[in-house]
Design a protein around this ligand. Structure first.
Ligand code: BTN
Length: 239
């Protein structure tokens, strides 16, 4: 496993995609500051200051795309929850991969697939975790309530220690996850899901779907129920 350390970059995902050919499989790109972070649904990811985590995994698991790769964001959300639990807090997951503490978002995950023509080149799996923030800086995030780990545990968090643990826990079960897919993490994911049996609204590209989040399939898809009929969602974000 290789690591690229950057002082400051626009986005670790953008850097990883632009340099994908020169980066070996399982490279970790870590930047101390990120001035133009990318989020899901064309949103941005705000840098809350020094001591927060901005990291991308560069993954080249095979020469052809496998549908299980789409579940890597859910796998990473589970790894993150396991790590957060070791700090004595109870994280929750909002489908597909937001990690929350008491309803406030602490981390975001963005996976980007890199293709060249029709051939699959690799994946860039980016994660931002709010580890050390002053309460006032949280106001910089306008669209939803957010939190940071230091505010939850009332002490500052060692960034390098957190990063090393996250990376090693990620790779510990990565091969097993790629063999089995979502089923490998399904039980843990469901135990930590905060949306099941609730009325939810899901953004699916430019559309919104609402209904009761009934269950998850073995592939990590969300089953919504509305007026007695069921809708299986593969892509989207619960708002
Ligand atoms: C989300 O919208 O919830 C996803 C946010 C993902 C942010 C991380 S920070 C490191 C990596 N580089 C980026 O530009 N984005 C991801």
């Amino acid at each position: 496993m290789a690591t690229v350390y950057l002082e400051e970059i626009d986005s670790t995902n953008r850097y990883s995609k632009s340099n994908l050919d020169g980066l070996e499989d399982r490279t970790v790109v870590h930047a101390l500051r990120q001035n133009s972070g990318r989020g899901r649904l064309q949103r941005s990811w705000v840098d809350l200051g020094e001591g927060n985590l901005f990291l991308s995994f560069v993954l080249k698991p095979s020469k052809v795309y496998d549908e299980k790769f789409a579940n890597l964001t859910q796998y990473l959300s589970v790894v993150l929850c396991q790590l957060l639990e070791s700090y004595g807090i109870l994280p929750q997951i909002k489908w597909p991969n937001d990690v929350l503490i008491n309803g406030r978002k602490i981390a975001g995950i963005l996976s980007e697939t890199v293709m060249q023509g029709n051939s699959f080149k690799g994946l860039v799996l980016g994660i931002g975790v709010n580890l050390n923030a002053v309460p006032e800086s949280l106001n910089m995030v306008k669209d939803k309530p957010v939190t940071a780990l230091n505010l939850e545990i009332s002490k500052s968090v060692d960034l390098n220690d957190f990063r090393d643990k996250l990376v090693s826990m990620f790779f510990e079960n990565y091969d097993k996850f790629l063999e089995s897919g979502f089923n490998y993490i399904k039980d843990y994911y469901i135990c930590h899901a905060n949306f099941l049996d609730k009325e939810v609204c899901v953004q699916v590209f430019n559309d919104k779907k609402s209904g009761v989040a009934k269950k998850l399939t073995d592939n990590g898809e969300l089953i919504l129920e509305k007026d007695g009929s069921q809708l299986v969602l593969t892509i989207g974000d619960i708002l």
